[in-house]
Design a protein around this ligand. Structure first.
Ligand SMILES: [Zn+2]
Length: 320
């Protein structure tokens, strides 16, 4: 890519020297180096990268709440490969094409907008090491505000309900801290049902006039009883009736990725079941803290609260 960028720059230089010179040569050279810099930024190219291990992020520029696909291209004979983001290691596994490796990172909705470094390190069968950094710019996402009216008993909890809600929150937290090295998801992620988006990810919520925690999933409108499908393959790790989320199903997709399906009228799977993409997990309802039938769909990626719709945007890249 560097070579291509330089060729393009040479073409540009060639063209500007064809016409009548309108600028002194130094300005033309500056223009060319500026163009090369712009091309390098646009292509995400990093000059410190090992030429034998190329790393890219999809999307190239991320925002708060995104899941990014980190794809590396290198020797076919790699013995080990992993990435690092914000001081945490993440696994990569062979992609569909020979010599490609892919991993996922989750960017929590509160991540400070800045440029972060992702480093991918690998070792081949002969013991040779490879390391390539990638600069990933994370921008601010505009989340908006949602106003809701709910029965006061679901907002200002009595001592017993508060104790139950806290206990359930600890249980979920412990679950999301469990990291399975095995990748259970495969290929593209699907929408659990076709319904319209009625509540976007990470909106600030004002419930009965009081500011509450942001919305950490998406709400999809659907009629009571609509089948809810698994977004990808995984293992059912929770089926229960919870205080806020009502009848709930949670899938473990491996690599620290979990998907959640809340407010169901019924669950049609049990804990321990292995499910494929598109398996029917349950039916839409309005159980728990809910204003009417809908599916609250949420994703955790190594504890980061991320937008489920960002996983769907990776479909083309994951299907290749
Ligand atoms: Zn919701």
């Amino acid at each position: 890519m560097v070579a291509r960028a330089l060729n393009v720059a040479q073409d540009f230089f060639h063209r500007v020297t064809q016409g009548a010179p309108r600028f002194p040569i130094t300005i033309r050279v500056l223009k060319v180096s500026f163009l090369v810099s712009v091309l390098l930024v646009l292509t995400g190219e990093n000059l410190n990268a090992d030429p034998n291990l190329r790393v890219e992020s999809i999307p190239k520029i991320a925002k708060q709440g995104d899941v990014c696909l980190i794809r590396a291209s290198g020797p076919v004979s790699l013995e080990s490969i992993h990435g690092e983001f914000q001081g945490e290691r993440f696994p990569l596994a062979p992609g569909t094409q020979n010599g490609t490796y892919e991993g996922l990172i989750g960017i929590d909705l509160t991540t400070k907008p800045a440029t972060y470094e992702i480093r991918v390190t690998a070792t081949d069968a002969s013991g040779k090491d490879y390391a390539s950094p990638l600069s990933l710019k994370i921008g601010k996402a505009g989340f908006g505000t949602q106003k809701l009216s709910l029965p006061p008993s679901m907002v200002d909890l009595d001592a017993k309900s508060l104790e139950r809600a806290n206990r359930e929150a600890s249980r979920l937290k412990a679950l999301f801290q469990t990291f399975s090295d095995e990748r259970l998801w495969k290929g593209a992620f699907i929408r659990p049902l076709e319904g319209e988006l009625s509540g976007a990810f990470a909106m600030d919520r004002i419930i009965n006039g009081q500011r509450r925690t942001p919305h950490t999933g998406v709400d999809l409108e659907a009629r009571e009883g609509t089948p809810v499908l698994a977004t990808n393959s995984g293992i059912v790790v929770l089926v229960d009736e919870l205080f806020f989320s009502g009848k709930s199903v949670i899938l473990d997709h491996g690599w620290g990725l979990y998907s959640m399906y809340f407010h169901l009228s019924e669950a049609l799977v049990k804990e321990g079941d292995k499910v494929d993409t598109g398996a029917v997990l349950g039916r839409v309802g309005s159980t728990g803290r809910s204003t009417g039938p809908h599916l609250h769909w949420a994703i955790r990626m190594t504890e980061a609260r991320v937008d489920p719709l960002s996983l769907l945007k990776l479909s083309d890249a994951l299907r290749e």
